[in-house]
Design a protein around this ligand. Structure first.
Ligand code: HEC
Length: 452
């Protein structure tokens, strides 16, 4: 756990009690994820049906119908996404921003990726007729949008996953985004999410395309009820696969956040999901003569909604448990810092005995940059200041010292066999300019001088 940074929390109260914020976070997240699912599922189905439409034109018209819904669901997904982001910022400021810092470059890529995906979605929708003779181009546009919609959730997932494991931040920082992506259960969760997207879109289309008002002449030889079955099947198959994907998510979840309450939520969700499967199955089996949506449809929708709420709550419970200790330590660090500040304000150090090193130039720089790893006389992670001063006391010492700080290559000191293979970070001119580095050298030489 030595690598785990514990940054101090912001010493300001939350604007609302934490449990209220947690409820807001879950509620807004559920709204957001429903529309994200419809956006992604719609995009995948539109492209799939458009491809099927190359053989059977009915599918092409169906795909066009679906494509028209995506631009609406995506707008709602984005707008509703701001809510959970704000709530998570407040509740988990330090872990969330730490994860953002680690994945920084990829994290910010969400903006251009989303922008391009949206433009492609509009292009796909509005060029349906114009590109009717250039289907390959048109399908490629839709497929590119789908691909982007598939990539973007990876970034979000990787981030909210990473924030839960502060003890792995250092590893993530060194391994880059690839390491973050393969950390814990990002991949199983992603699979779980994509399946949910297709299932919820299937259910949405049962309603959307077989309402009384919907004008669906795509399949003249097919009744509304049989069209409905088609989409029930689209919803049922991925839902069945979830019974494998869900447990996979659970067993790949690091145990730090597991709790009885969380598992109870998951259990309840599984029971409800099994009921949903049964109802969907009955809807598909039933006679072909009901033109209107059945009551059972609404039972399915409500049960699915409750499943999503239970799952999202379980997630929040997991996160809260996983981060409990870290947040407590972070608050503690904040309190300690406040105390120190208060102490020094109350006791201005004027009369205090002066640190004898304070007069040596370079001491401030050393304290600010090096003392975390180098003691004055004690060996910490790296050698002591005294030893370092002796190493670089040669005539070419100052220049060699600058080279070391810039590159940390070719150390003068031979490592003891039992030392950990730690590397020292190099400092570029942006972090310490030439004068500061030479100042540090001067300081080390001074400290290493034998005292009378
Ligand atoms: C994150 C920890 C860390 C920080 C911060 C750090 N060092 Fe080091 N330093 C090390 C380690 C570890 C070694 C041993 C590396 C080796 O032998 O390869 C080392 C070695 C050195 C050496 C010996 C090089 C040699 O020739 O053998 C010098 C000099 C040195 N550090 C100076 C500094 C100065 C000056 C700073 C501040 C600007 C600093 N270090 C900040 C970890 C750190």
């Amino acid at each position: 756990m030595a690598d785990m940074p514990i940054p101090a929390d912001i010493p300001l109260p939350l604007p609302l009690p934490a449990p209220v914020l947690a409820v807001i976070l879950v509620a807004l997240f559920v709204l957001h994820i429903v529309f994200v699912n419809l956006m992604l599922g719609g995009s995948l189905l539109a492209v799939t049906f458009e491809i099927l439409g190359l053989k059977k034109p009915g599918y092409d018209r169906l795909a066009h119908h679906i494509a028209k819904t995506i631009t609406v669901t995506k707008s709602l997904a984005v707008v509703l996404g701001v809510g959970p982001l704000l709530a998570i910022n407040l509740l988990y400021t330090i872990p969330f921003y730490s994860a953002n810092r680690i994945t920084g470059a990829v994290w910010i890529m969400i903006i251009p990726l989303v922008t391009v995906a949206f433009l492609l979605t509009y292009l796909h929708k509005y060029t349906w007729e114009r590109l009717a003779r250039h289907k390959a181009i048109h399908i490629t546009i839709g497929a590119m949008a789908s691909l982007l919609f598939l990539v973007i959730p990876f970034i979000f997932l990787a981030n909210v996953n990473l924030m839960q494991y502060p003890d792995r931040w250092e590893e993530a920082r060194q391994g880059g985004f690839a390491a973050v992506l393969f950390m814990a259960n990002v991949i199983p969760r992603y699979l779980h999410f994509v399946l949910a997207a297709v299932a919820s879109t299937g259910l949405f289309l049962v309603w959307y395309l077989t309402r009384e008002k919907a004008q669906v002449e795509e399949f003249p030889d097919e009744s509304r009820a049989s069209l409905r079955k088609r989409f029930y099947t689209v919803a049922l198959v991925p839902t069945l696969i979830q019974f494998l994907a869900g447990p996979l998510v659970l067993i790949t979840l690091p145990p730090v956040g597991l709790s009885g309450l969380m598992l109870a939520h998951l259990g309840a969700a599984v029971v409800l999901a099994a009921m949903v499967v049964r109802w969907m199955w009955l809807e598909i089996q039933e006679a072909d003569n009901t033109p209107a949506l059945s009551r059972r449809f609404w039972h399915i929708v409500i049960a699915m909604g409750v499943v999503v709420v239970l799952m999202a709550t379980a997630r929040q419970l997991y996160r809260a448990t996983a981060l409990k200790d870290f947040q407590a330590q972070s608050r503690q660090a904040s309190v300690e810092r406040q105390k120190k500040v208060a102490y020094y304000q109350a006791h201005p150090p004027a009369g205090a005995p002066k640190d004898p090193l304070e007069d040596i130039p370079g001491y401030g720089t050393f304290k600010a940059n090096c003392m975390a790893c180098h003691g004055l006389k004690d060996k910490l992670v790296g050698p002591s200041a005294v030893v370092m001063g002796q190493l670089y006391a040669t005539p070419d010492g100052a220049d060699a010292f600058v080279t070391w700080i810039r590159t940390t290559q070719n150390p003068r000191r031979v490592k003891a066999a039992d030392e950990p293979p730690m590397k020292m970070p190099a400092y570029g001119p942006g972090q310490l300019d030439e004068a500061a580095v030479r100042g540090l050298h001067g300081f080390l030489i001074e400290v290493a001088k034998p005292k009378p």
